[in-house]
Design a protein around this ligand. Structure first.
Ligand code: PAF
Length: 275
């Protein structure tokens, strides 16, 4: 496995476009990322994983500075998962000048849910992903369903710009407790990790309750929020949406997803459940 830090070295290693499968990450990897690498590997192409903590997608009060940078450990894990190239540029390499050209996604998909609580987040994500696509030129890129809205926004971006690649979704990996694996779980104490399973449980209960005929979704969502807040969380949202566009379901819609974001202590977690 090669570890490359510059665009020039990456281009030299992959001179032909659409010759690799790509897994973009911010590092501090866990089994969820590795499952995306193994999924990418199944395409029979060299797999590139990028590691870049993207300042543009963090608000000033968020955890950009303390986000763990664990390149040596990440590289070992990626090698064990069959990754061929790690692309780990520093900020000067990816943003040699301030990145003043940005990809601003459609507000209808990017200013709701996560985008409502983290204004500008998806502009930061789309900008870096577009730049990484332009550097790596993958045939396939794999994104986890754990970041459900991110996956949808990137799919839309790829469609609207007619990008010559396929966006593939990877399933969320969970601990036995049901907790969705996330780099930010590392901020939790053991006691908080045990409690963090309440978010997945709340989504599962909300999904189940929503399936009853004539269910009042707004009331169910409000109850779910009140219940999780009552357990000591600070909930941003717990909601049922259509998978296709993340809008509120209409009568007869069946492909749904329950999505949630909530803070446990200082750590904000997100999760979702398709049903
Ligand atoms: O999901 C992530 O880790 C990041 O948002 C991504 C896609 C690597 C862009 O920085």
């Amino acid at each position: 496995m090669q570890i490359l830090h510059t665009i020039a070295d990456l281009r030299a290693a992959l001179p032909v476009p659409q010759a690799c499968a790509f897994v973009p990450t911010m590092g501090n990897l866990h089994e969820g990322h590795l499952s995306l690498v193994r999924q990418a590997k199944a395409h029979g192409l060299p797999v590139v994983a990028s590691i870049f903590v993207n300042r543009l997608q963090f608000a000033p009060h968020e955890d950009f500075d303390r986000y763990p940078r664990t390149l040596a450990r990440d590289a070992e894990l990626l090698q064990s998962a069959g990754c061929d190239i790690v692309f780990a540029p520093d900020e000067k390499e990816l943003y040699p000048q301030p990145q003043t050209f940005k990809v601003v996604p459609d507000a209808a998909v990017a200013d709701i849910l996560e985008g409502h609580f983290r204004p500008g987040f998806f502009t930061g994500v789309c900008t870096v992903v577009m730049k990484l696509f332009s550097v790596v030129r993958p045939k396939v890129a794999v994104f986890g369903k754990k970041d459900y809205q991110q996956l949808m926004v990137i799919r839309r971006m790829a469609e609207q710009f007619a990008l010559p690649l396929t966006i593939e979704a990877g399933e969320t990996c969970r601990a036995e407790s049901g907790l969705a694996l996330s780099s930010r779980n590392g901020y939790l104490s053991d006691a908080q990790k045990a409690k963090a399973t309440e978010l997945a449980a709340a989504l599962s209960a909300l999904a189940d309750a929503s399936k009853s005929a004539g269910a009042d979704l707004t009331a169910l969502e409000q109850q779910a929020v009140a219940s999780l807040n009552g357990m000591g969380w600070a909930v941003d949202y717990l909601t049922v949406r259509r998978r296709a566009d993340l809008l509120a379901p209409q009568a007869g819609d069946t492909a749904l997803v329950a999505l949630g974001a909530a803070k446990l202590g200082n750590t904000r977690l997100i999760d979702n459940l398709e049903f």
